[in-house]
Design a protein around this ligand. Sequence first.
Ligand SMILES: Cc1cc2nc3c(=O)[nH]c(=O)nc-3n(C[C@H](O)[C@H](O)[C@H](O)COP(=O)(O)OP(=O)(O)OC[C@H]3O[C@@H](n4cnc5c(N)ncnc54)[C@H](O)[C@@H]3O)c2cc1C
Length: 401
Amino acid sequence: MDLDFSPEDLKFQAEVRRFLAEAYPAHLREKSERGEAFSKEDILGWQKVLAAKGWAAPSWPVQYGGTSWTPTQKYIWSEEQARADVLSIPPFGLNMLAPVLYTFGSEEQRERFLPDILAGNVWWCQGYSEPGSGSDLASLKTRAERITGDDGKEYYLVNGQKTWTTMAQFADWGFFLVRTDPTAKPQAGISFLLIDMKSPGVTVRPIITLEGGHEVNDVFLDNVKVPVENRVYEENKGWTCAKALLQHERSGIAGVAVSKRQLEKLRGMAATEASDVGGALIDDAFFRRKLAELEIDLTALEFTELRTLAGESSGEGPGPESSILKIKGTEIQQRLTELTLEAAGHYGAPHLLGLPHNAAAIGPVEARGAAGEYFNTRKTSIYGGSNEIQRNIIAKMVLGL
Ligand SMILES: Cc1cc2nc3c(=O)[nH]c(=O)nc-3n(C[C@H](O)[C@H](O)[C@H](O)COP(=O)(O)OP(=O)(O)OC[C@H]3O[C@@H](n4cnc5c(N)ncnc54)[C@H](O)[C@@H]3O)c2cc1C
């Protein structure tokens, strides 16, 4: 995409590029090259570096530690991070909970939680989905009853099960949707609670996904006592927070800059002559057409994302366009992994056979994780609200159907 960068923007771009080249730890780069997963310490360690620079949360209001970057600067920031192949910080604290806290939280809650989110001191997870309550999230059953503790303080006693909870095995805290009024209309009886994952009664059990990863979990809540002051916004009005958070989540899933970088790598891999078949995949007109179609769709999505960024900087939260970003962004991610696996050819096979990533070290670097990525990326059209549900939202909110 050709954006006319001003001299200031070009200066900013150079500064970002230099910072990422100097500050990103070599051991993290080596881990990526070996196809190894990042640990909690790796991820929070990098976030601490960004926080020290004041760049951990570009979209937050300045008063809470955000930047006053223009939409173009935010665009440059995500482009440069993708270009430098730096790890992505999970969005749960920084991009999902934080906007809820600074929009709906009390002053005490902002002071208590935002600094640790920014500094990368605390890992958050999202406790929304339940068995039987995914798309129909408002039907959730996890119950929170008001009780008075032995210490005379007010608590919620929480009982229920959450599922698909991403990286709950690392989480220090979680934000949970719970039912506080079972007699009200489904959306009207829900509250938004912050729960310390070390509380007695919280159990995290792994779910192993198709490609063999431990990314998601079941979370069981058995008589978990949660202080009432950990409720964000009013009792039974948690649905308002839940919806706002989902719009931030969906905008973030689009991942345009990362897809652009992957497309570039894919093109490089497809252009490599494969000695055993004679010629490069890019010479194949049918493959080239698929690549070109993908690039056109990605460019169109990039413009939509830029419009959303511009809207956000003028004080609007992301609206229903976050659903458009989510659908198109995830479809592109999935097509990218399909073409990458196609380009990897038999070099993608060791992973399919259950061999470790580096067993494929004879092929191109991008081929090593191709099969795992292909399987793992099936998730993107499901999480954050499935793409079918996003189409329903667009029909209602944008088309007025
Ligand atoms: C990898 C992964 C990570 C996740 N991480 C988290 C997390 O951290 N925290 C969390 O709370 N949740 C998380 N989720 C859960 C995710 O939000 C749900 O899986 C999602 O909302 C879909 O719900 P479901 O799985 O219950 O499917 P269902 O709601 O049972 O849907 C099944 C199918 O029916 C379709 N469908 C359902 N209703 C409609 C309708 N009205 N119109 C058209 N089609 C419909 C759906 O699109 C889907 O294809 C994660 C999921 C995955 C796969």
